[in-house]
Structures are given as structure tokens and as C-alpha cells.
Design a protein around this ligand. Structure first.
Ligand code: PEP
Ligand code: MN
Length: 332
């Protein structure tokens, strides 16, 4: 149950009620809420004077439910917005990993040429082997931040574990929580205590309920700026890296109020399939895309097989514009 408290309630009273109901309290200028387990379907009359409104939800998809907020939330990323009434489809691109100043400058020039706003590159890479390139760490974040200062882009980079969550929060405009970190409660809690947008990737072994409940951890700490990212799940299929769950995307659009970004690069795993898959995604009417591109994918230090070179990226990008127009979306 989501309980909206009266505007004038004191923090002590709100805390007391929240603890009696074993709920989570969000208490700030905009919101005074208690969220209890969805198993609670009614509330004692003694609390009525403190409550302005209450919402009984079917499951623990609560703050993110369309039964609570009927429209997709608007998330503001500095000078741009996704979700809400915007009809924007945000194109996020950049290399899987930042590898050098020269490499990221080439990527920045691609974005500038295409008038794009949001540059992504990983600095802390959640690799499957300890012997592979692990990322440039804070040094990479500082390079990204210099590029932001020079070009004015929004920067997104991923947090892999709680040891560097503060650094990622400090240097980025959108915090990415990677698929393998979806269940890391330390990261979910800490990013939930910020106001910065968080892009939460779906764990590849997680079902939709678990995915959205991970988002609830962030929302229930008080951060309303959560964006979901479908990036493929593991199935019996081995010819592609993962299976992009577009049925799941329809579910998320229908039942949750969070903007949705699709990552076709990690789902497909091979650059040959990324443009077609991306066109299919755009046709669904989505809030954004995450596509890996690299000045020379052959020598990329991570995810080499799936990154588009700049020519491939530009060709794909121009093919998306008419599809966006057809589904009444603006590609930004
Ligand atoms: C990435 O975005 O480069 C990445 C490692 O993705 P995921 O967390 O989806 O595996
Ligand atoms: Mn990658």
C-alpha cells in the first residue's frame, strides 16, 4: 500500500507511523509517503487523520505501477527529458569501454556530427573473466567528465559494485547499473538516495517482477528518476548472445510508469544484427536506445563483436528517423 501523508505531518509522527506499519518512509519537500508491503490491504482507523490518500496495489510493483501513476514518469537529464509527454526517443551511444583520450574524442565528434546529447562509456567493466580488460576506473571517469565540459554532452557510465558508486555518482549525469549489479542492494540503496537519473539494466536471469522490484528499491529510497533498460535475457538459444525480450517491453509499457530504454547491442552480441533489431525496437515506441559504437571495433578492449563502426552507426541512425516519425517519436 502507498500512503500519502498529510502535508503538515511532523517527521517524528511520520517515522512513528511508518515503523508501526513496517513501511518505508519517503519524507522530503515534494513527497511524504509510506510504502508498506502490498500484502497490506487495509489500515487501522486510528491513522486516518494523518493520511490524505492511499493506494492498494496488487503486488510489490508499487511506486512504479501504472495503477499508482497513470502516465510514464518524466525524467529530466540536465537539458533533456525522456518519458512524460515528451515522445522523445533518446539515442545513447559510445564505446563499451573508454580506452584512451583519443578514442573518446573520436566518439565525441561522432555525437557532435549527429547532434546527439548523451555519451556512454564504461569505466568499471563487469567482465566475465578476471584476465580481460577491467576498465580505466576513475581515470576514465575524469576523461569523460573533461569531454562533457568541452562538448556539453550528458555522460553515462556504469557502476559495477559499491566500492566506486560515489565516483560514478560524482562524474556522471546518468548512473548506469549493469545487468550483473541489478541485485546489488548497496548500489540500489545509494543511487536511490540521489536525485540523478539511474538507468537500471535487467539482470539476464531475472524475470520482469524481479526487475521492476529492483527499481522499487531505488524509488523507495526517494529517487523518482529511474529508467529501465531491457538488454536481453538468457534463454536456450546460443546463436545470439542473449534474447531481447520485446514481449517484456510491452508488459513494462503497459503496467509500469518508468521510461524504457532498449539495448540491442548486448542483446544481439554481433554487430550484423544490431541495425535491424534497433529498427524493430524503435517501431515499438520506446523512450530510448543504448547502442555501442567504436571508432575501430576490431581493436575494442571489450565487446568487440557487437560494436558498430561509425559508418554503420550513421547508416543505422538515419534509417531510424522515418520510423520514429511513423510512431510519433522524436529521435534526440
Ligand atoms: C555494458 O553496458 O557495457 C554492459 C556490460 O552491459 P550489461 O550490464 O547489460 O551486461
Ligand atoms: Mn558492453
Amino acid at each position: 500500500m502507498i500512503i500519502h501523508l498529510q502535508e503538515n505531518i511532523s517527521v517524528d509522527n511520520a517515522r512513528k507511523i511508518s515503523s508501526e506499519l513496517e513501511g518505508k518512509l519517503i519524507f522530503n519537500n515534494e513527497n511524504k509517503l509510506i510504502i508498506t508491503s502490498s500484502k497490506m490491504k487495509s489500515i487501522d482507523k486510528k491513522y486516518e487523520d494523518f493520511i490524505s490518500e492511499k493506494f492498494v496495489l496488487e503486488s510489490d510493483i508499487q511506486l512504479s505501477s501504472k495503477d499508482y501513476i497513470k502516465k510514464t514518469r518524466k525524467v529530466k537529464i540536465n537539458n533533456i527529458e525522456v518519458g512524460g509527454e515528451t515522445n522523445n526517443t533518446l539515442m545513447i551511444t559510445g564505446p563499451c569501454s573508454i580506452e584512451s583520450k583519443e578514442q573518446i574524442r573520436e566518439s565525441a565528434n561522432l555525437l557532435k556530427k549527429l547532434n546527439l546529447t548523451t555519451l556512454r562509456a564504461g569505466c568499471f567493466k563487469p567482465r566475465t573473466s578476471p584476465y580481460s580488460f577491467q576498465g580505466l576506473g576513475v581515470e576514465g571517469l575524469k576523461m569523460l567528465s573533461d569531454i562533457r565540459d568541452e562538448f556539453g554532452f550528458n555522460i553515462i557510465s556504469e557502476v559495477k559494485d559499491a566500492s566506486h558508486v560515489d565516483d560514478v555518482i560524482k562524474y556522471t549525469d546518468i548512473i548506469q547499473i549493469g545487468a550483473k549489479a541489478m541485485y546489488d542492494h548497496g548500489i540500489l540503496r545509494e543511487t536511490g538516495q540521489q536525485n540523478k537519473p539511474v538507468l537500471l539494466k535487467r539482470g539476464f536471469g531475472s524475470n520482469l517482477q524481479e526487475f521492476v522490484q529492483a527499481a522499487e528499491f531505488i524509488l523507495s529510497e526517494g529517487n523518482p528518476n529511474v529508467i529501465l533498460c531491457e538488454r536481453g535475457i538468457r534463454t536456450f538459444e546460443t546463436k545470439t548472445r542473449f534474447t531481447l525480450d520485446l514481449c517484456g517491453v510491452s508488459f513494462l509499457k503497459e503496467y509500469t510508469n518508468l521510461p524504457i530504454i532498449l539495448d540491442t547491442s548486448h542483446a544481439m552480441g554481433y554487430s550484423y544484427g544490431v541495425p535491424d533489431l534497433t529498427r524493430a525496437c524503435v517501431a515499438m515506441g520506446i523512450d530510448g536506445l543504448l547502442i555501442e559504437s567504436h571508432p575501430n571495433p576490431k581493436v575494442a578492449k571489450s565487446d568487440a563483436s557487437q560494436q558498430l563502426n561509425f559508418k554503420e552507426f550513421e547508416e543505422m541512425f538515419s534509417s531510424l528517423v522515418p520510423i520514429c516519425n511513423a510512431v510519433n517519436r522524436n529521435l534526440i
